[in-house]
Design a protein around this ligand. Structure first.
Ligand SMILES: *[C@@H]1O[C@H](CO)[C@@H](O)[C@H](O)[C@H]1NC(C)=O
Ligand SMILES: *[C@@H]1O[C@H](CO)[C@@H](O)[C@H](O)[C@H]1NC(C)=O
Ligand SMILES: *[C@@H]1O[C@H](CO)[C@@H](O)[C@H](O)[C@H]1NC(C)=O
Ligand SMILES: *[C@@H]1O[C@H](CO)[C@@H](O)[C@H](O)[C@H]1NC(C)=O
Ligand SMILES: *[C@@H]1O[C@H](CO)[C@@H](O)[C@H](O)[C@H]1NC(C)=O
Ligand SMILES: *[C@@H]1O[C@H](CO)[C@@H](O)[C@H](O)[C@H]1NC(C)=O
Ligand SMILES: *[C@@H]1O[C@H](CO)[C@@H](O)[C@H](O)[C@H]1NC(C)=O
Length: 925
């Protein structure tokens, strides 16, 4: 313990020490007014319609009860502060503290902290409390692009902190939260951001730097919400890579960088499973000579609960450890609710904030007005780790860079650690018809190494930083280089790399690596299963058609991640507990995998069965036959059962949902049929690998017969496009399941079909994408990348990549990467065109790696660049068009339109064409 630091820290600390061994209780003293004060502080960040206090509520005059222990306080009239913009910083009140009264003593100690500043309540400025917003938060550069939201600590479904951005502060409609990509002046947000969360989404996470006694804010909105106004450090640049988000700042000529690093180690399950993330601050030593510099950072209790001020007694516990060069806070609910979410947060487990040992390191937890004020006034923190006594806490560290021999950087770790993680249904007597089952508790893989010693896991992670940073830099470079190469480099390559790099942390944060305990309570790493949360579409667990669009990233990073994510689905459907003959849709609602023993899961018969077979063959091709055979053999029986279902239902798919369930059910879905038919062909390959040659032959025959019939049913009369559904000639859709044929090297679908789609997409493209199908203008970014990667035509690649890049560049939302957007506006689907849907932070952005997965598959399958063998033996459409339309001739069907034009021009052209007999050109408005 370092009470020696603390004893000189402040008069408040001195008072605490003098008061003897009683635990520090320097929270704000209670009174009937305290709740009103907290509500007033909370109202600063609440939307106008959600404020708890009536407008005009008088705050001046509120005060503590002198009979209560704690920091005495009162609310007084404040002076107005003029912001640089000329606006007044909503001057109404200031909170004045007046010393600490400890339990059992009646004499208040000298004033400890007096924040002589003002509140920002009601300010209309987009950066309340920042007095120099116009210069500090205005001219950052962004690289590779300013995205809708920056990942900060995005590691698990419950450690998911973002910086809402939106490229345009004055966009119409206005971004509700994002301030244009500046770290200071707003609070980081949980993934829910302001969308779809029925309450608080901010995460208290603060950064200050104090230079020659003046404090500058570089992260969070302390100045806007803690009854104080001040300056922000000038943000010079913001940059993201696959694993890092890096900000460069300058304050009073001192330069420093702030790096958020969430390591991705696909081949190292121990490290990958640690639900922790780094914050690294580095001073530019060429700019600090002769300067006095201190650093402050904290988190609040919002990292461990979705509850805000709606709690009686604020029942949190904190624990503080110093171990192995690591000082660490754990914050947990006093009464955790295991396996329960509230507002998408886990209401059990520990939030953690830790600092690497540093000469001149201070730590304190207390009400955040107390800790912020102490730092701003003194540059230090008292060594005070008392009980948590109210809302709005700081779990805070300060670093004094003036201390002798102090390093000129500082390292912190933030995390959210649950034990257990999830629960999972297992059959008591698997493989029988018995429906007896139990729910098994499953734990983070890291517990195999650290057991229940959370502090050891944090210390390990802390001390692993240098290694983690090197590994991360190599991984970042690999993702960027491979992305560029996969689409032929150049400007398109750069744009594609911007898309993939933004997708990595989001996707990796949606699944967790778990293990069970054996009968003796030992953690069992030979029983490693991954589980996934759908995130915003709903909280479904291990949804097959959400794992499916994620798979390209997994197969790129480590194909065995994909296998281990599919394992529980195989096991459950094979256990005898699931009654349907097709593959189950999901395993439950995160974190509860109760299964669907009644068979009433969302029915996606062809979709899920086809997906599992596709992904299994793809995995087998990547790891190689010899490694794959045992797994294939083990699950052959159930895959065969699913294939029988595909044989029955995929040429003429009955009315059903596809993965795009928001669009409703439909019969005869062309793209779904492709999924089923390629699924049968994929099963033929699996049978072949296993030496089941009779099955292999039979499935090959069926898929070949089907693909021929499919062409007659699926392609429009004029052979200009594939239809959305067989029965509507004018309908069309993105044929993203074509990727199965191409990626799995099935040589089933003729080149003509690919060419038709290449020619069609530019005709229907909109400003931000190619619509998913003719029913709506919305599009799915994952399916766009699937469709693009299915093609070997660089023009198709360029088309889709440039549109998606434009979407992230224009930043019309301020949310984590949204995969469903209106292709005309780049915003969420919304009224009047479409229902309002917020898909964000979902795993499916892994689908943006389709090109990389395809490259890897091509390598494994021996497909040389440009040498894919199409299924031209199965081509019936070329013959059909030349037979039915002599004038058009065989070529016409495959030719790209000469002039693409703007969407409006194309619509006009289409309408004029549709006035003739060629109804196929009509694009439903
Ligand atoms: C900062 O404050 C301390 C204590 O009040 C004072 O001694 C010092 O001169 C100040 N430094 C600067 C650069 O103003
Ligand atoms: C800080 O970031 C800038 C911009 O990326 C870079 O040029 C500089 O070298 C970095 N400085 C330190 C100290 O890391
Ligand atoms: C401290 O770290 C070392 C090296 O990582 C490890 O061997 C040791 O067990 C750790 N000690 C504690 C008390 O956690
Ligand atoms: C930090 O370093 C000092 C000096 O080496 C040592 O006394 C102290 O125990 C260390 N603290 C932690 C948390 O390891
Ligand atoms: C939080 O961490 C502490 C310290 O390791 C531990 O005692 C406690 O059980 C943890 N709480 C939960 C809910 O995991
Ligand atoms: C399970 O039930 C089915 C149908 O009732 C039966 O055909 C099958 O043999 C049973 N399986 C086992 C392992 O008992
Ligand atoms: C589906 O397509 C088949 C084959 O063309 C057709 O017979 C059937 O009527 C279609 N179903 C619907 C609902 O249109």
């Amino acid at each position: 313990m370092r009470l020696s630091f603390a004893s000189t820290a402040s008069t408040l600390a001195a008072a605490l020490l003098l008061s003897g061994p009683a635990p520090a209780q320097a929270s704000l003293a209670k009174s009937s007014d305290l709740k009103t004060l907290y509500e007033a502080l909370a109202d600063i960040t609440r939307a106008p319609s959600e404020k708890h206090l009536a407008q005009g509520q008088q705050l001046v005059g509120l005060s503590s009860d002198p009979a209560q222990p704690g920091v005495q306080w009162s609310v007084q009239q404040a002076q107005q502060v003029v912001l640089q913009s000329g606006d007044l910083n909503a001057p109404s009140y200031k909170l004045v503290t007046n010393g600490e009264k400890t339990a059992g003593s009646s004499a208040a100690s000298p004033a400890a902290a007096s924040p002589a500043s003002t509140s920002s309540s009601g300010s209309s400025n987009s950066n309340p409390g920042i007095t120099n917003a116009d210069s500090a938060l205005s001219s950052s550069s962004f690289s590779p692009v300013n995205p809708p939201s920056f990942p900060l600590a995005v590691r698990s479904p419950y450690l998911n902190a973002w910086l809402p951005s939106g490229s345009n502060r004055a966009s119409t409609p206005p971004n509700t939260v994002g301030d244009g990509g500046y770290l200071a002046g707003q609070w980081p947000a949980f993934w829910t951001s302001s969308y779809g969360a029925d309450g608080e989404f901010r995460l208290g996470w603060t950064g200050y730097i104090r230079i020659d006694n003046v404090t500058y804010e570089w992260m969070g909105n302390g100045f806007g919400t803690l009854v104080r106004a001040g300056q922000a450090a000038k943000q010079l640049s913001a940059q993201y890579t696959a694993t890092r988000t890096i900000f460069a700042f300058e304050a009073d000529k001192v330069r420093f960088n702030v790096t958020f690093l969430t390591p991705i180690t696909p081949n190292d399950y121990l490290r990958q499973s640690l639900p922790l993330s780094y914050l690294h601050v580095e001073l530019d030593t060429t700019t600090i000579k002769g300067r006095s510099i201190q650093l402050y950072t904290d988190i609040d209790e919002r990292w461990v609960t979705g509850h805000d001020y709606d709690y009686e007694d604020f029942p949190y516990d904190q624990q503080y450890y110093e171990k192995n060069d690591t000082s660490v806070f754990f914050v947990t609910r006093k009464h955790p609710e295991v396996y329960t979410e509230f507002r998408q947060r886990a209401e059990w487990g520990n939030a953690t904030y830790a600092a690497r040992n540093h000469t001149g390191l201070y730590s304190r937890n207390n009400n955040n007005i107390v800790t912020h004020t102490e730092f701003i006034d003194t540059g230090k923190l008292s060594f005070d780790h008392g009980p948590v006594l109210g809302p709005d806490n700081s779990f805070a560290f300060a670093v004094d860079f003036d201390a002798k021999h102090a390093d000129k950087d500082a390292l912190f770790v933030v995390g959210h650690m649950r034990t257990p993680y999830v629960n999972y249904i297992r059959a008591k007597n698997p493989g029988t018809n018995s429906t007896k089952s139990y729910q098994e508790d499953r734990y983070g893989y890291w517990q195999s190494e650290f057991g229940d010693k959370l502090e050891d896991a944090v210390a390990f992670f802390m001390n692993d930083f240098e290694n983690a940073l090197e590994t991360a830099k190599a991984f970042d470079k690999q993702v960027a280089d491979d992305s560029r190469a996969a689409v032929g480099g150049g400007a398109v390559g750069d744009k594609y790399a911007a898309i993939t790099q933004l997708s990595v942390r989001q996707a990796f944060a949606t699944f967790e690596i778990t293990i069970s305990r054996d009968s003796k309570g030992r953690y069992n790493t030979s029983d490693t299963l991954l589980f996934l949360k759908e995130i915003s579409s709903n909280g479904d667990m291990s949804t097959v058609d959400v794992i499916f669009p994620l798979f390209p990233l997994l197969s790129y990073a480590n194909p065995n991640l994909l296998r281990d994510l599919m394992k529980p689905l195989f096991e459950y459907t094979e256990s005898g507990l699931y009654p349907n003959k097709w593959c189950v849709h999901d395993l439950g609602v995160y974190p509860n995998a109760f299964g669907h023993n009644d068979g009433n899961d969302e029915p996606m018969q062809v979709e899920e069965s086809g997906n599992m077979i596709w992904m299994t063959l793809h995995w087998a091709q990547l790891v190689g036959k010899s490694k794959a055979l045992p797994f294939l053999e083990e699950h052959y029986k159930i895959m065969k059962q699913w294939t029988e279902y595909l044989v029955a239902d995929s040429l003429i798919p009955a009315e059903q949902l596809s993965t795009d369930d928001f669009a409703g059910t439909l019969a005869n879905q062309t793209d779904l049929a492709i999924k089923g038919i390629t699924g049968i062909a994929a099963m033929s390959r699996i049978a072949e690998m296993l030496g089941h040659s009779k099955d292999a032959k039979s499935y090959a025959n069926i898929s070949t017969t089907y693909i021929k019939q499919w062409q007659t049913l699926a392609i429009s009369h004029d052979a200009s496009h594939t239809k959305l559904a067989y029965q509507t000639d004018a309908s069309w859709g993105t044929l993203y399941n074509l990727l199965a044929d191409r990626m799995l090297d099935l040589s089933l679908v003729p080149e003509a079909v690919y060419k038709i789609q290449d020619a069609w997409y530019p005709r229907v493209q909109e400003k931000y994408g190619v619509p998913l199908d003719s029913r709506h203008k919305w599009t799915k970014t994952d399916w766009e990348m699937f469709a693009a990667a299915a093609s070997d035509d660089p023009a198709t690649h360029k088309l889709f990549i440039e549109l998606l890049y434009k979407f992230i560049e224009d930043g019309k939302t301020d949310a984590p990467f949204t995969d469903l957007m209106e292709s005309t506006t780049g915003d969420f689907p919304k009224q009047p065109e479409d229902p309002l849907i917020h898909f964000l932070a979902r795993p499916v952005v892994g689908g943006h790696f389709s090109f990389l997965a395809k490259s890897k598959a091509d390598k494994a399958n021996g497909v040389a660049s440009g040498a894919y063998k199409y299924g031209n033996d199965n081509d019936v459409i070329s013959n059909k068009t030349s037979a039915t339309s002599e004038a058009a001739g065989k070529q016409a069907a495959f030719q790209a339109p000469m002039h693409v034009g703007t969407p409006d021009e194309r619509r006009k052209k289409s309408n004029s064409l549709s006035s003739g007999s060629q109804r196929a050109f009509q694009i439903p408005a």
